[in-house]
Design a protein around this ligand. Structure first.
Ligand code: PLP
Length: 383
């Protein structure tokens, strides 16, 4: 057995990130400034959009919230999303004053099922918020067709999907908004951080204002060497801006995004090969003309396995392998059950996945011996 504990989702931080953070600290400019502007420009270039159409914020949760409001969504409106997601997706809808409506996932892709979405549309529906689960793109042709037929906004939760592509286009550019996460376990990290990508000029302009107190000008220009600039508060916004210290990490993380993707792809392929004979469901192959971001690798531990999912979580931890659960379905949480009356069994695919899933380490920081330790521990539990 290994000596040290293998941390789930540990990021790979290089010397460039460290020097850039030190430079930031020495420059005296820690808040939103030139490094955030550079990170926005680099991210826009990576996504193939104009830098005017992106805005860095301090989390994907903030991005989702701001995009709800910038879409004009509020009380009385319904937003359809997936039950197989992190709480932040649903909370953003609730914080905007709107009502979340769940549509079950497809059992293989684990992404929101367009047929379930179509069945959930009502006269009050204003938007669809798909999540590209684990980095696998949703069926965007079908979702966008439903949105167009019903005059709905599409706000993509791209927390797992920085490298994801669908029919030659980047995730986050297929709907009206894309919201990305740079949380510590994500494919590009800034500690905490997020990015908004918007298709329309008006939408990104409103999102930027909302993300910084509702102020009409970028605050960092207030203190620049161009002389004092007055700002005016034009609506009641939020404190959601990204800091230069965060962007210092992101700039160098983004440079290695493709190299890190290749490392995760090879770990993914190793797992697929190593677990093909085990009594567990491995991830489905990617659909044609799509690119998976390989953010999460999960096995489903069902009735045919010699161990329960929860016992396997403990067994892996005992063998010093950090694991995760992405996710218990949203209706399993008491808050949502009590507030919206949802029951897990009403979304049976998400319920089953949430009760059977176990995520294995998939970080580019893993050494070959770490990957073999994971393989050995999984086989010990299931073979
Ligand atoms: C699917 C999904 N949406 C939203 C979020 C929120 O991201 P952040 O932590 O950057 O606010 C996460 C983060 O874990 C996520 O996995």
């Amino acid at each position: 057995m290994r000596d040290d504990f293998l941390v789930f989702g540990a990021p790979l931080i290089g010397d460039d990130e460290i020097s850039e953070v030190v430079h930031c600290l020495q420059s005296g400019w820690l808040g939103t400034g030139p490094k955030v502007a550079r990170f926005e420009a680099d991210f826009a270039a990576y996504q193939g959009v104009s830098e005017k159409h992106v805005a860095a914020v301090n989390s994907c949760t903030a991005a989702l919230h701001v995009c709800m409001i910038a879409s004009g969504i509020g009380p009385g409106d319904e937003v359809i999303t997936t039950p197989l997601t992190f709480a932040a997706t649903v909370n953003a809808i609730v914080h905007a004053g709107a009502t979340p409506v769940l549509a079950d996932v497809d059992p293989d892709s684990m992404n929101i099922d367009p047929d379930a979405v179509a069945a959930a549309v009502t006269p009050r529906t204003r938007a669809i918020m798909p999540v590209h689960f684990a980095g696998r793109p949703c069926d965007m042709d079908a979702l966008v067709a439903i949105a167009e037929a019903n005059d709905l906004m599409v706000i993509e939760d791209c927390a797992h999907a920085i490298e994801t592509e669908y029919h030659g286009r980047k995730a986050g550019t297929l709907g009206n908004f894309g919201c990305f996460s740079f949380y510590v376990t994500k494919n590009v990290i800034t500690g905490e951080g997020g990015m908004i990508v918007a298709r329309d000029d008006d939408h990104i302009a409103r999102a930027k204002v909302l993300a910084l107190h509702g102020m009409s000008k970028d605050a960092w220009r207030r203190f620049s060497d161009e002389g004092h600039k007055h700002y005016f508060v034009v609506e009641c916004g939020f404190k959601y801006n990204m800091m230069d210290i965060q962007a210092a990490l992101g700039i160098h993380q983004l440079r290695r995004v493709e190299d890190n993707w290749l490392v995760r792809q090879s770990i993914w392929n190793r797992y697929q090969e190593a677990f093909s004979d085990l009594p567990a469901q491995t991830p489905a192959p990617s659909a044609a003309d799509t690119r998976h971001a390989y953010h999460l690798y999960n096995l489903l531990i069902g009735e045919t396995a010699p161990i329960s999912r929860d016992a396997m979580l403990d067994a892996m931890t005992a063998r010093k392998i950090g694991v995760g659960v992405h996710y218990l379905s949203i209706p399993e949480h008491p808050y949502y059950r009590e507030r919206f009356g949802w029951r897990p069994q009403d979304f049976p695919n998400a319920q089953r996945i949430g009760r059977q899933t176990i995520s294995l380490p998939l970080s580019p920081a893993l050494r070959e011996s770490d990957v073999e330790d994971v393989v050995e521990a999984v086989r010990h539990c299931l073979a």
